[in-house]
Design a protein around this ligand. Structure first.
Ligand SMILES: *Cc1c(COP(=O)(O)O)cnc(C)c1O
Length: 194
């Protein structure tokens, strides 16, 4: 299981402390912030984009990331593949599914999944799924995570679980948990970006 240390709340310096703790998979939700941190931190970091990717930011983001967790439309997937072909680079992505309906606005509705899985891609590999559970009790999250696992195929990556629900996500088979606040709680205020 991989812990992705989410650095969106903190400075470059604070993000770098994760490397000393042995966490070298780092995640950012905004592409521009990922670009900035990737330029400032050692090249040994494996970067994960975990938030929305605008199509005009694909070109600059692709060379920097190990895994894009947040592919939420067919159009985006097509655009990523086109750019990957242009850059002659293979990229792994996860499809972000919205399994909790109205209460959670990000991710692709589940009924669009068949269309996406039948797409022919040349340089993009759909490696698994990502989801965010709605803010609710642990058992409510469990149902969402179990559903994601049941939709996936053997060997698929499952990016699920954040500070509030990672224990349940691990029990339900997460391969990647995305931890932000829990890693940086107690950090000095001058390192906080927000
Ligand atoms: C911010 C963020 C996280 C980390 O959230 P915490 O609750 O602080 O652990 C995880 N995943 C995504 C997509 C995020 O935007």
């Amino acid at each position: 299981m991989t812990i992705v240390g989410v650095t969106k709340y903190v400075s470059n310096e604070a993000a770098a402390t994760l490397l000393e703790l042995g966490i070298s998979d780092l995640g950012e939700s905004r592409p521009q912030e990922l670009w900035k941190k990737a330029a400032a931190l050692p090249t040994t970091v494996r970067w994960h984009l975990i938030g929305h990717l605008q199509r005009n930011k694909i070109e600059r983001t692709l060379p920097l990331v190990r895994l894009i967790h947040s592919v939420d439309s067919v159009r985006l997937l097509e655009a990523i593949d086109k750019e990957a072909i242009k850059q002659d680079r293979t990229i792994d992505v996860l499809i972000e599914l919205n399994l909790s309906g109205e209460s959670n606005k990000t991710g692709m509705p589940f009924d669009q999944l068949p269309g996406m899985q039948s797409m022919v891609l040349q340089k993009t590999r759909i490696a698994g799924f990502m989801t965010m559970a709605a803010l609710q009790d642990a058992e409510g999250c469990r149902a969402t995570f179990a559903q994601l696992r049941q939709l996936a195929w053997p060997g698929a990556l499952l990016s699920m679980g954040m500070t509030n629900d990672f224990e349940v996500a691990i029990e339900e088979g997460a391969t990647h948990i995305r931890l932000g606040s829990v890693l940086f709680d107690g950090i000095s205020q001058d390192h906080m970006r927000i």
